[in-house]
Design a protein around this ligand. Sequence first.
Ligand code: NAD
Length: 334
Amino acid sequence: MTQPLRIAILGAGGLGKGMVQRVELTPDFKTVALVDREAYLFDSDGISYAQVQSLQHLRQHPDSVPSAQAIQDLMATHADEIDVIFVALPNLPVTFIPDVVKQIATQTNFQGVMVDALKRTRAVEAMFTLDETLRDRRILYITGAGATPGFLSTIAAVAAQSFVEVTHVDIRFGVGIANWSQYRATVREDFLHLEGFDAEKVNAMSDADIEAELEKRNGILELHNMEHADDIILELAGICKREQVTVGGVVDTRNAQKPAHTQVTITGKTTLGVEASHLLTLDDATTMIDNVCGPALGFLRQGYQWYRQNHYGVVTSADLMPRGPLPLKTRTLV
Ligand code: NAD
């Protein structure tokens, strides 16, 4: 029998709800759980986007279960009814998501595949400290599998194959969101890369403080030389040295239209010794949901195949190719 993979989504903000929306269009997955800071929602028949789209907090849903430790309670009760997990939580401080993952691995019965959209190099390094624990618990964990790193670093890894030697990978992203409150954690994390800000300072800032800072910048964040895990992921995959990877971007927090194209440039030496560059530009019509949630599902599809072949522990998005969107008959393949 072919059955959809039952996905739990940790975090019900912009990306978490975006994943619910995307899963609804993806027949080989079914959202069975959604969690925020104060409650969780579980339904083995599936959670629809219409049910959660306009909720500010999951506790507003009549069937939600309120809890101050919603992830632990969800997993303690329903771990064996979940196949895969998408982590769409804030990651301030940098060890927050690794700590949550460790708790799931050591304190619940979950076995399956997890995927995150971690951004920072240090966050991916922290995930690797859990490799043995996750292996022991028979969990396959795919880290850095959002847009960047994830989708864009995978494009770079594939395009790099033309070259005898890769000398530079440059990732530039353009993001447009109508209002920063749609993606609070994403925007807060972007602040870390601005001059004069660090995790401690951003963590202590209220939403009003963030708004005041955005106001000073006309809602635009210009980001240069970001500490982004594309570097460690491409180095681990043997594409180039981490210092040969640069990441930057522009985020408009007041306009859904993108302020710049998202582009990946891969430069290297050809067989004839000539320097050449591949340039890939994403269509501006694609959104964060398309470029983060879509690829994360693709990585989960392939990850689940690996999991069924007894692969466990931590891997990065460069270790496996995303699959789909044509649904795989996941359960029938052994
Ligand atoms: P958001 O602020 O919109 O939502 C975060 C959600 O997590 C909220 O529902 C909140 O209630 C919930 N949450 C917070 N603490 C929790 C806890 N202890 N238990 C349960 N739920 C909790 O966030 P967002 O803008 O959707 O971003 C989510 C993550 O995705 C961030 O870490 C961001 O950096 C990352 N991201 C990655 C990429 C990429 O390409 N790699 C792109 C965009 C966002």
